[in-house]
Design a protein around this ligand. Sequence first.
Ligand code: UDP
Length: 459
Amino acid sequence: MEKEEREKRCHVLVLTYPSQGHINPLLQFAKRLLSKGVKATLVTTHYAARSICAQGVGVETISDGFDDGGFTQAPSAEAYVESFRTVGSRTLGELVLKLQEMGSPVGCIVYDSFLPWALDVARERGIFGASFFTNSASVCSIYWRVHRGLMALPDLTGAVPVSIPGLPPLGSSELPSFLAAPTSYPAYLSAIFDQLTNLDKNDWAFGNTFEELESEVAKAMTGLWPVTMLGPMVPSAYIDKRIKEDTGYGGSLWKPNSDEYMKWLGRRAPNSVVYVSFGSMAGVIAEQMEEVAWGLRESDQHFLWVVKELEQGKLPDGFVKSIQEIGLIVNWCDQLEVLSHQAVGCFVTHCGWNSTLEGLSLRVPMVGVPQWSDQPTNAKCVEDVWGVGVRAKSDDKGIVRREELKTCIREVMEGERSLVIKRNAIKWRELAKEAINEGGSSDKKIDEFVERLLNVKSN
Ligand code: UDP
């Protein structure tokens, strides 16, 4: 089928929640579709769309009700979720109509699972709807089991580990925090359960992971849920190198000063630098920041630490001055550029799912310092399922102390386990690459999706 004909047959809208950890994988999915000759347009809010510039991918906007400042303008998380649902549904419906009138009818909406109302819009317009999960399958399966009543909420003392098919036993500090402490963020927990309510009504459900990585969970969930694993959604230049122009995500909400840190990294020996990031949402408490700061300074390793502008006030007095020889603090970076630099030998990460997948895909040994949400479970898998790093232990106050951080960094970079960790990291990188490369498990799933879209239209 000619390219033009394919593009006419299936125009897919890829709708993302407007935060970095959601934009990146969905934008990548849009690029994968484009590379297979499908017209794919990224849809996000007015506020987030200003930052997106990815080669080849068109961007359309809808409204979350807060067009000037996005989430930060909303009075509360509850108000934001509700406004996005009502205003977002209406404006998404209007967008589908507009595109139809412009002669570019939409055949399918692939939506961020965090925005489940998009399926109702797809149904109203008589087009396909597919949910896209940005968490690991392990985490989604835990939520799914609790939602379906197949698993009770954990014993809050954490004394009895929870047994979940396909996963090692999990203590309460290893479960997603919204489940371990259900009253901590009720709006997010209910949004997470909402995305599971209509799961079976979708034409497809996708997960940003790959079968080989979560094979035990995949087996345990066979026949129970419809989720297809088709990741990792990492720019092609860093993994399979098949999409020439795909050299970075292209949707960064903050602008990095690449020159500065790339030059700095260029002066370091291979595998000698600790790269530290707590992701895009940050919110690390001051006491924890302080412990990380002194732990890094005392670790005797060079380090590059992303501390977002709003967080810099949490650094201890005199710290920045005291690390001039050994450390560099930046507001933001192109994380893939950093992780793939030969100087980087360890990734101290909050274990957001994208960061975890990026660490795995670029074979960088990790030290997990999880903060909330799905991060504790991802950190558990990093250590005990994939063997690509260690999880730093926190004290009774939930703080990872400087000594512990130093020990973990040493363990990963030169300790007893470091060789096994490095070997595992290489293994998982190869498996990640195979999965998304031509004919790999994830690539085949994307092909099947594309073929079904094309064939339904031509029948
Ligand atoms: N990221 C980045 N530069 C930074 C920090 C993070 O480009 O300085 C990217 C990172 O590559 C990842 C995303 O931001 O793709 C963060 O997503 P993740 O799921 O790891 O964490 P979240 O920010 O959602 O907590």
